[in-house]
Every structure is written in C-alpha cells, then in structure tokens.
Design a protein around this ligand. Structure first.
Ligand code: CAA
Length: 261
C-alpha cells in the first residue's frame, strides 16, 4: 500500500481504481510532487492484475486549475529545456495500457484540460470550466493542448480558444465532441465514469488492451496503415483463449467467463 499526499487512490467498484487529485488549497494545480505521485499510482495500478480500468477525477470545484504558476514562474529556458519540464506529465498517455476515464468537474484549465484530454474517455459535468488560458500568461499550452484539442474539436475552434484564452463549458465540450458524455451534477459524472469503467473491467483484459492500442494508433497513422495495423492485432487475438471463450459463449447463449479478467 502506497500512501500519497496529493492524490487519493481507492477501488470503489470491482476491478475499478479511482484516482482523485487532492490538492484543494491550490485547486489541484499540477506541480512536480503531485505528478510524481500520480505517475507512481498509475504505474502500479497498470500492473495490478485485479484492476481493469481507472477513473481520474478531481474535486467538485476543480479537476485541476493547470500547471502550478508559482512553481513555473521563476524557470529559465535552460531549466525548462534541460529538465524537459512537463515531459513526465505525458506518462499517463505514453505508458499506461489500461483504459482511463477522466471525470471532469469544476475547473479544467491549462494543464488540467490537457491531463483530462490525455485520458482515453472524457466525461464531464455540464458546468465544468475548460480552457487553455496560457496565452494570458505569455506562454502556450505545453502538455499537448494544441494538438489534442485541435484533433478533438477542429482547427478553427481550437485556434480561437487557444488564441483568446476563452473558457468553455462542459456542455460545449460535449457538443463539440471533446467529451463522450455530459452529466447534470458532479456526483453523476463520477458515478457515470465508474459505471463505464466497471463495464470495461468486466471484459477480457487482452481484448481491452488491444482496443485501446488500436484506437490510439489512429491518432498517429494514416488510414491505410491504421486499418492494416488493426487487422494484424485482430488476427493476433485468435491466439488468445478469450477469443475462444467469447465466441463459444455466444454460440451456447452463455455469459463468457474470461480467462484474462
Ligand atoms: N497555479 C498555482 N496556484 C493556483 C493555480 C495555478 N494554476 N490555480 C489556482 N491556484 C491557487 C490560487 O493562487 C489560490 O491560492 P491562494 O489561496 O494561496 O491565493 C488558490 O489556488 C485558489 O484560487 P483562487 O483564489 O484564484 O480561486 P477562484 O475561485 O477565485 O478562481 C480560477 C479560480 C479561475 C481557476 C483561478 O484560480 C485561475 O485563474 N487559476 C489559474 C488558471 C490558469 O491560468 N491555468 C493555466 C496554467 S498554465 C499551464 O497549465 C501550462 C501548461 O500548459 C502545462
């Protein structure tokens, strides 16, 4: 059991881990100690065979109000470039193989918005407050915002938001396709994320892992290579017990009892 200062880790449902960002005094502003804890937790949950999916959330007030401006303010170019500042924030996207659903309530600004977008599925409350306000600080998004927001909602809208620093609501995030679902209250948002995570955790871990891998590949590959990649992974799954179990259960009108669950 690891103990953390800036996050809370729990297992509210069978097979489901929840990570809550917990730095209330700074509206969950993201600073190095918090990111280090988050990465540690993600890494161990990713390895934990009892966990099939994860939910990442904040408080009702803030998912995360961005990178810690006070921590960043004194940095020089050599500090930022030399230490590749913010690079380790992408561990969630770069190394975690299990699905992560972000449940966004309250502020999700700058790095907070970026962290939410790194997750595999984004859910939010209608009143959540998203934005990439970095322009107001004399900088630009630094943890993938310019790339992920643009892919999610299109160039013109993303350009407008990033150039003006204007915030947008959870309802807008849903209407524009950034969020998969929008909820009326913060509680419903978290419960909705847990429900979906529980559904995912009920499937074969091998198939779930492959689903995430192929969908993510679509972000990096052209359509021809992407479809080819998908087909190869699909072929590979015929070597898994769970393909046999799943298809046999269908034919016998039974519920599949997955080997890799
Ligand atoms: N960094 C450091 N501290 C922060 C913070 C941040 N990003 N956001 C909030 N806080 C702190 C405040 O300084 C304040 O601390 P004190 O009580 O010690 O003064 C505390 O959290 C509560 O905040 P407010 O009093 O400001 O709360 P509010 O309800 O009046 O306003 C808010 C909420 C609109 C979110 C406002 O706090 C705000 O604008 N925060 C900054 C948002 C921002 O610009 N984020 C982008 C950061 S840049 C970035 O993320 C770069 C990147 O791409 C990685």
């Amino acid at each position: 059991e690891q103990s953390f200062e800036y996050i809370k880790v729990s297992t509210p449902r069978t097979g489901v881990a929840m990570i809550e960002l917990n730095r209330p005094k700074a509206l969950n502003a993201l600073f190095t100690p918090l990111i280090v804890e988050l990465n540690k937790a993600l890494e161990s949950l990713d390895k934990d065979p009892s966990i099939g999916a994860m939910v990442l959330t904040g408080s009702e007030k803030a998912f995360a109000a961005g990178a810690d401006i006070k921590e960043m303010a004194p940095k020089e170019f050599a500090d930022a470039y030399g230490a590749d500042f913010i690079e380790n924030w992408s561990q969630l996207y770069n190394t975690i193989k299990k699905p992560i659903i972000s449940a966004v309530n309250g502020h999700a600004l700058g790095g907070g918005c970026e962290l939410a977008m790194m997750c595999d599925i984004l859910y939010c409350n209608a009143k959540a407050n998203f934005g990439q306000p970095e322009i107001k600080l004399g900088v630009i998004p630094g943890a993938g915002g310019s790339q992920r927001l643009t892919r999610a909602i299109g160039k013109s809208r993303a350009m407008e938001l990033i150039l003006t620093g204007k915030n947008f609501s959870g309802q807008e995030a849903f209407d524009w396709g950034l969020a998969a679902r929008v909820f009326e209250t913060p509680e419903k948002c978290v419960e909705g994320a847990l429900d979906t995570a529980e559904t995912i955790a009920g499937y074969s871990k091998i198939a779930v892992k492959a689903c995430k891998e192929v969908v993510n590949k679509s972000q990096d590959l052209g359509i021809r290579e992407g479809v080819e990649f998908e087909r190869r992974v699909f072929h590979g799954l015929f070597g898994s017990e769970d393909q046999k179990i799943g298809m046999k259960a269908f034919a016998e009108k039974q519920k599949a009892q997955w080997k890799h669950r």
